[in-house]
Design a protein around this ligand. Structure first.
Ligand code: PRP
Length: 220
């Protein structure tokens, strides 16, 4: 067993907020990480023995949950959807704030009342969270799984409604959709593989403390 650690970060817009926070926690990627033409997937950092992988958010959770990466950053939307018992999410990093919401076309929303639904059909990347949310109030949810561009579904007749992340609301607006219900408020979390935490306890505890301090400093 080596003492090397692998940190999984998600591609996309969380990175813009995650990189300064990681730097405050003492972790900075090698220069090639920022080179858009690079085809590398694993990068060195300023800390000997700690490397970074940059993958899709759901894949970051998969790598960590299976112990293939030791720790990482994902949104609480991903943690909730996976419900991995192997995934430990000890720190709210207070970045990447958005919400998981139900949305539908403006014309439908004008006369619709979500409290009257007994059955709902949605396009979403979050079938588990969606089913759980609606089941809690006795609504049966039929989920059509998409991996992106959920906002296309109502206009093209795939489903009347969607469940997706909303941040500025610009994507909904551009597609003639409005939010009708918030399922959860989302922020990014530090996630840790339980096996890594057991095997590498002291060093993992140190990283958790560093990220907790960095998150507290950021939100002050
Ligand atoms: C997310 C989400 C929405 C959009 C919402 O997608 O799925 O489409 O952001 O943001 P807004 O309210 O600020 O418009 P993202 O751009 O992260 O890409 P993805 O579809 O690959 O998840």
């Amino acid at each position: 067993m080596t003492d090397s650690l692998i940190f999984a970060v998600p591609k996309g817009r969380i990175l813009d907020e995650a990189l300064p926070l990681m730097a405050r926690a003492g972790l900075t990627p090698e220069a090639e990480f920022h080179d858009k033409s690079s085809r590398k997937l694993q990068f060195g950092t300023n800390v000997p023995g700690v490397s970074l992988i940059r993958v899709r958010a759901f894949d970051a959770a998969t790598f960590v949950a299976h112990g293939a990466a030791d720790f990482g950053i994902v949104g609480s939307d991903v943690v909730d959807e996976f419900g991995y018992s192997a995934l430990y999410a000890p720190v709210d990093l207070k970045i990447g704030a958005c919400r998981l919401s139900v949305a539908e076309p403006q014309e439908l929303a004008a006369t619709d009342d979500p409290r009257g639904w007994s059955h709902v059909r949605v396009a979403t990347k979050y079938p588990q969270t969606t089913s759980r949310h609606f089941a809690a109030r006795g609504v049966q949810a039929e989920c059509v799984k998409l991996n992106g561009a959920m906002e296309l579904a109502p206009a093209l007749g795939l489903t009347s409604r969607i469940v997706d992340l909303v941040s500025s609301g610009n994507t909904l607006k551009a597609n003639g959709l409005v939010e009708v219900e918030v399922i959860s408020e989302v922020t990014s979390r530090l996630i840790v593989a339980r096996p890594a935490f057991k095997r590498k306890g002291a060093v993992m505890a140190d990283w958790i403390a560093r990220f907790r301090e960095a998150a507290d400093a950021t939100s002050e």
